[in-house]
Design a protein around this ligand. Structure first.
Ligand code: ADP
Ligand code: ZN
Ligand code: ZN
Length: 802
């Protein structure tokens, strides 16, 4: 008799351990570790993952129920994934089932049909299977189940004759595109004759069509080749020179044609960095590299060549980017170097498309994965390299359970496979740089731009002076002049509106003062409804002052503006300018972001105006001016990382200008020009910033000197939320050591979300061996008692947002 140890899909405290189930004798060959099964659990049948198979159970046999259904004939989770899940569970304090689920594509949680697909020839199959494949290559698994033929089928799978495919049931699964069928030459000739000499654009189009008679092309290809609009194409089609047709497409997330690119001759610095990395690859050793390179220094080329080495060794590589939909240019570079060997795990893909990409990885059909955070779980079995580009980005931390950081998971997998991990950034996270300085990571530095271009010159503009001089516009004089100059020269400008998070604050427009918490060195957050300023680290609150506490000016008020307002202002100032606005509103549609960027690259707009989403990865030769409308917004975030984030953002945005031959210029507008995060971003010198910021963190007792853990409590009833947050604080204070500070309870930065009131407690500690046991004890209390009262409690060790 054999038993399967199963983690069931029930997120509840007493269930967070494997349960034993009997494997029916018939199925002994069928069930492997890492398969999903259905098992009876209480009155229901639930999904479960087989994490172990044993010959004996501690539970009396008569009490053990049998597995009721097999969902996978092949393991979908490797041994590696199962141990990674165990680690995640301890590392982030989550349910093991959550850790298992996060590694799988959504499709495996959705409804789907299973099919057996014939790979070999029918006669190679065992006799009893043959009839099923005689008519079709693809047979629904239900048929084998009914005929009790799963066992021979599984053997056929092991021999590589049959493949099991899951097909997600989705509406509109078959994708269609509209294409243009160009008619034969003579037909076009006829249309031209009937037209005479009118409509030169239509004529030009038809001449082009004559050269491409009979072809089927995308409308976009026509627009680009002949430089006509869709209305011209429509007229030509109406006249009978071509027709629209619908064509089915295979789900390929990367539809653009890519041009194969070659390796670049590395600069000395790049070469030195690559050598260190390849040493680790050759010696099969885990080593974490922090590749610190200024913007445009050619970090990506180092990644590409390191990957090349990895593939040449027969191994696989994972490349993580912060938000893949925002970095199409980056993705393209990997695609164009490695072609079909790359799978793209894109958050914009449908569930089915994501599953397709995941499957390619699992079956070893690709060697490289480029994707956002969750791609760190790409199911490769022979990993040779993991890369996190822009490693400082907060998107690498998952905000829901399991609250993992992709950096930690990458290093864990690097240790599992004895392979290097590269963390790349122009502005590394403070803790990463600190680790590199201590020798935990190996620091690699690129201090020059790859093509030796000069860094853009950065001007910091004091908006207080502008106001004093009578300029009430959101554009300073110097920035307006620079803009006018680019419009004349037909060069492009990127205007960056710094808006982040939900917070807002109050700022004195005369002296740049924002009101700070007297206890925490953090900006107070403006709460519109109560007309109050609050600190959500410690709970301090006060009324909005009528005059500035520093300079007594009355120009102190709520600060913030939207992209739409900026756009209107540009239209007033420069009616002739073509503006492209990129924000959450204009990029809602799938692919909109990429389309806009392409259009901007083709010079279809003079000014690209946008929020954070334009800060990353833009690389266009004609951008010679970057304007930051207000650096202050991120500086006054109620977050101890505000200065770091501002420095990172300013450096990143500035890096968009002058990346090619033309020299770039950057204007940063601010009400606090003297702040070190702004001053030091001027020359993009990371190290002085690092030292200054470390000093500030040391004094205020924040990471990386101290660790932080965040406990949040929420409830629909504000009294309940407050009461239980109070209990949390009390519990922590009485159980943790004296040298640990427990701060709170306070309202969370988003005090109410989806009708739930949110409170929090913050734990600051240096060493506290008791922390995890105490937290587990707290969670036990919560899961066994508080949860019934509608409380939701979350624990985040090392939170990125507080
Ligand atoms: P980063 O990722 O550090 O911002 P990129 O990799 O985007 O920098 O490189 C900036 C530019 O320099 C790109 O246009 C890239 O093609 C080019 N480049 C990188 N390495 C080299 C090299 N060794 N020789 C010539 N050009 C290079
Ligand atoms: Zn003031
Ligand atoms: Zn405070």
């Amino acid at each position: 008799m054999r038993f399967a140890q199963v983690i069931v899909d029930v997120s509840a405290y007493p269930v967070d351990r494997p349960f034993d189930y009997l494997i029916p004798e018939d199925w002994e060959e069928l069930i492997d570790i890492g398969c999903r099964v259905k098992v009876p659990f209480g009155p229901r049948n639930v999904l479960g993952f087989v994490v172990g198979i044993v010959a004996e159970s501690d539970v009396p046999v008569e009490k053990i129920k049998p597995i009721s259904e097999i969902l996978d004939l092949e393991s979908i989770l490797t041994e590696e994934m199962l141990s990674l899940a165990k680690w995640l569970k301890h590392q982030t304090i989550c349910y093991e089932i959550d850790a298992l689920q996060v590694m799988l594509p959504g499709a495996l949680r959705a409804k789907y049909e299973k099919y057996a697909v014939l790979l070999g020839e029918v006669p190679q199959l065992p006799q009893m299977l043959q009839p099923y494949f005689e008519k079709a290559k693809k047979v629904n698994l239900v048929q084998f189940e009914k005929a009790n033929l799963l066992k021979p089928l599984k053997r056929a799978v092991k021999e590589g004759l049959v493949n099991i495919e899951n097909e997600v049931k989705q509406k509109g699964q078959v994708k269609q595109v509209r294409k243009v069928q160009i008619y034969p030459r003579e037909q076009i000739e006829e249309v031209i004759e009937q037209m005479g000499k009118r409509a030169p654009k239509q004529l030009a189009l038809m001449e082009w069509m004559q050269d491409h008679a009979g072809a089927i092309v995308l409308p976009e290809q026509i627009y680009e080749a002949v430089q006509v609009t869709s209305s011209v194409l429509n007229s030509v089609i109406e006249k009978g020179a071509a027709a629209y047709i619908q064509e089915e497409v295979y789900r390929d997330p990367f539809t653009k044609e890519v041009v194969k690119t070659d390796f670049l001759q590395l600069t000395d610095e790049q070469d030195k960095a690559l050598k260190k990395i390849t040493e680790a690859i050759d010696e099969k050793r885990q080593e974490t590299f922090l590749l610190h390179g200024i913007t445009g220094s050619g970090k990506t080329e180092v990644y590409l060549q390191a990957i090349q080495r990895t593939i040449a060794d027969g191994k696989e590589a994972i490349v993580l980017v912060p938000e893949i939909s925002l970095t199409p240019q980056m993705t393209e570079r990997f695609k164009s170097r490695f072609g079909d060997e790359v799978a793209v795990m894109h958050s914009g893909l449908s569930v089915g498309e994501k599953y397709d990409e995941w499957r390619k990885v699992q079956q070893g059909k690709v060697k490289v994965v480029v994707g956002a955070r969750s791609a760190v779980f790409a199911p490769f079995k022979n990993l040779g390299l993991l890369i996190l580009d822009e490693e400082h980005e907060s998107t690498y931390k998952q905000e829901d359970s399991p609250r993992y950081h992709a950096r930690d998971v990458a290093i864990w997998r690097g240790n599992y496979y004895n392979c290097p991990v590269i963390l790349g950034s122009a502005t590394p996270a403070l803790e990463s740089f600190a680790r590199a300085k201590k020798g935990v990571y190996t620091l690699l530095t690129l201090s020059q731009r790859a093509k030796n271009q000069a860094l853009p010159t950065v001007q910091i503009i004091d908006m207080r002076e502008q106001l004093q001089a009578g300029n009430r516009s959101m554009f300073s004089e110097p920035l307006m002049e620079a803009l006018r100059d680019r419009l004349d020269k037909k060069e492009q400008t990127v205007l960056f509106l710094n808006r982040r998070g939900y917070s807002s604050f109050v700022l004195c427009r005369d002296c740049g003062t924002t009101v700070q918490c007297p206890n925490c060195d953090i900006s107070l957050t403006y709460h519109r409804y109560q007309e109050k300023l609050k600190c959500h680290y410690c709970g301090h609150d006060e009324y909005i002052p009528e005059t500035c506490p520093e300079c007594l000016s009355e120009n102190i008020r709520y600060f913030g503006t939207g992209t739409q307002k900026v756009e209107e202002e540009i239209h007033k100032l420069f009616p002739e300018a073509r503006v492209m606005r990129m924000d959450v509103d204009t990029t809602k549609q799938k692919g909109a972001h990429e389309k806009m960027l392409d259009a901007f690259g083709r010079g279809e707009a003079d000014i690209l105006l946008g929020t954070q989403m334009i800060a990353k990865g833009l690389d266009f030769p004609n951008i010679t001016l970057v304007g930051v409308l207000s650096a202050d917004t991120s500086l006054h975030l109620p977050d101890y990382r505000a200065a770091e984030k501002t420095f990172q953002l300013m450096t990143q945005v500035s890096g968009r200008a002058g990346r090619h031959n033309k020299l770039g210029e950057v204007y940063i507008q601010t009400y606090t020009p003297e702040h070190y995060a702004i001053q030091l971003s001027k020359d993009q010198h990371y190290t002085p910033f690092y030292e200054r910021e470390m000093h500030a963190r040391h004094i205020a007792g924040y990471p990386p000197y101290y660790y932080i853990a965040l406990i949040q409590v929420s409830h629909e009833d504000v009294m309940f939320a407050a009461e239980y947050a109070g209990r949390v604080a009390e519990y922590l204070r009485s159980n943790l050591s004296f040298n640990v500070s427990v701060i709170g309870p306070t309202t969370a930065s988003i005090a109410r979300l989806q009708n739930r009131y949110r409170y929090q407690c913050l734990i600051k500690y240096k060493v506290e061996p008791n922390l995890i046991p105490v937290l587990l004890q707290l969670i036990k209390l919560y899961r066994s008692e508080w949860i019934k009262k509608g409380i939701v409690l979350t624990v985040d060790l090392d939170p990125t947002m507080i």
